[in-house]
Design a protein around this ligand. Structure first.
Ligand SMILES: [Cu+2]
Length: 425
């Protein structure tokens, strides 16, 4: 039914256009072809001027109206150390292109009015004008050079890699249709090796589990970082092009399958500080959910975010992750709660190449647990509670021989009785 209606509409519109054409033709043959043309020119000129004014006023008004929603203005000053120089680049580019934008639009519509075809007016023929050509070549050349030089300057300031002796946190983000897989290095501060051939359902990053650096790596669902600390993000992708974009920190880098990229930045404002800044602006003092007028306001629900800035497919929009910037103490507390991906998902499963072996990580954890248990036993007031459990001393099945792994706990016990782990407070 709808296609038929559309067809009828199109036919009717065509008939109307043809009829208007016929009427105009008839009118010009009555009043004279030339006069009609000049009348049309006059109206086109006047309407051009009206458009010019409405358009330029609209541009300026909307820029002012939406200022506090735009990155770089109002409450959205950069939340990273390098972000200011990117905002400055945007500002000078906007300044120069803004001048050109206004001049060219005035010229375009004013000239259409001023030099409209009139009775007795003849167009001037100019083959060339050296002075004009020099001006419109030199001015853009100088401005472009200035912009490119300041751009290179900002690039060199922002993009150098971290030095070996620098203190920084390294995390990793892998773009996948349609998700970000995040990885933290864990207590050893080192990300383990990866191999795309090892990617499986339970090993989405293709981590090599024989590499001990992988054993403590974390895969959290959000990015949490301490304020004021340098962060290096390893950026990569598993399928198509994605883009690691942290708008509030002016961080943006392509995530390319097979080509590792990185970005280094230092967050300067915690999520809470950013919210406080937003709370000073009327635009953010409205309910964040329009259906719940008494609910939290927009500034209260603000979160930094990680987005994908490359159109990577039909689920592109869902590649959003919350980014939280917190104090150093909150960060340490959060990190302490995160569990190793390997120990939680791979350990002693079908894909664990180290199945059945005791890891260095586990030996040291068992020692810590054992020391705590010994202290508790010694400190217990009741003699019934003075028990030291030996959780990992086991016999081989159907035999009176101890398993090889029992030695670690027995070593701990030996060290304990010699006072080694008891005196270590
Ligand atoms: Cu994407």
């Amino acid at each position: 039914m709808t296609p038929l209606l559309i067809l009828i509409c199109l036919v009717l519109i065509t008939i109307v256009v043809i009829q208007i054409g016929k009427v105009t033709e008839l009118a010009s043959s009555i009043r004279g072809e030339e006069d009609t043309q000049f009348e049309t020119n006059r109206w086109s000129g006047i309407l051009s001027l009206v458009f010019l004014v409405v358009f330029l006023v609209g541009c300026v008004y909307s820029a002012i109206y939406y200022k506090n929603y735009m990155l770089g203005y109002g409450p959205h000053a950069s939340a990273s150390q390098h972000g200011g120089s990117i905002d400055f680049l945007f500002d000078i580019t906007l300044f120069f292109t803004g001048i050109v934008f206004v001049i060219t639009h005035i010229a375009l519509f004013w000239f259409a009015y001023k030099y409209q075809g009139r009775k007795g007016r003849k167009a001037e023929f100019i083959s060339h004008n050296n002075k004009l050509e020099v001006i419109w070549t030199l001015v853009p050349a100088i401005v472009m050079t200035l912009l490119v030089i300041s751009g290179l300057d900002a690039w060199n300031e922002i993009m150098p890699d971290v030095a070996d002796d620098e203190d920084f946190i390294e995390i990793e983000a892998t773009g996948v249709q349609f998700n970000w897989l995040l990885r933290y290095p864990g207590p050893d501060n080192m990300l383990g090796t990866r191999d795309y051939k090892k990617i499986t359902g339970v090993n989405p990053l293709g981590q090599d589990w024989t590499d001990p650096k992988n054993h403590d790596d974390l895969q959290p669902g959000e990015i949490v970082l301490p304020v004021g600390k340098k962060v290096r993000v390893r950026i990569t992708a598993r399928d198509v092009l994605h883009n690691f974009y942290l708008p509030h920190f002016r961080v943006k880098m392509d995530a390319v399958p097979g080509i590792p990229t990185y970005f280094i930045f230092t967050p300067t404002k915690t999520t809470e500080e950013y919210r406080q800044e937003l709370s000073n602006y009327a635009e953010y003092q409205v309910p964040s959910d329009p259906d719940d007028p008494n609910g939290p306001q927009r500034w209260e629900t603000f979160e930094y975010e990680l987005a994908c800035a490359e159109l990577c497919g039909n689920g592109h929009f869902s590649m959003r992750r919350v980014v939280r910037i917190v104090s150093e103490a909150e960060y340490e507390a959060w990190l302490g709660q995160q569990k190793s991906y390997y120990l939680g998902n791979i350990r002693n499963g079908d894909e664990d190449p180290l199945k059945g072996q005791v890891l260095d990580l586990e030996i040291s954890q068992r020692k810590t647990d054992f020391t705590t248990a010994v202290k508790q036993a010694l400190g217990a007031p009741d003699s019934v509670e003075k028990v030291i459990p030996l959780n990992y001393v086991q016999y081989e099945t159907g035999s009176s021989t101890l398993t090889a792994d029992s030695q670690y706990e027995l070593d701990n016990l030996g060290a304990g009785t010699q006072g080694e782990c008891l005196s270590a407070d």
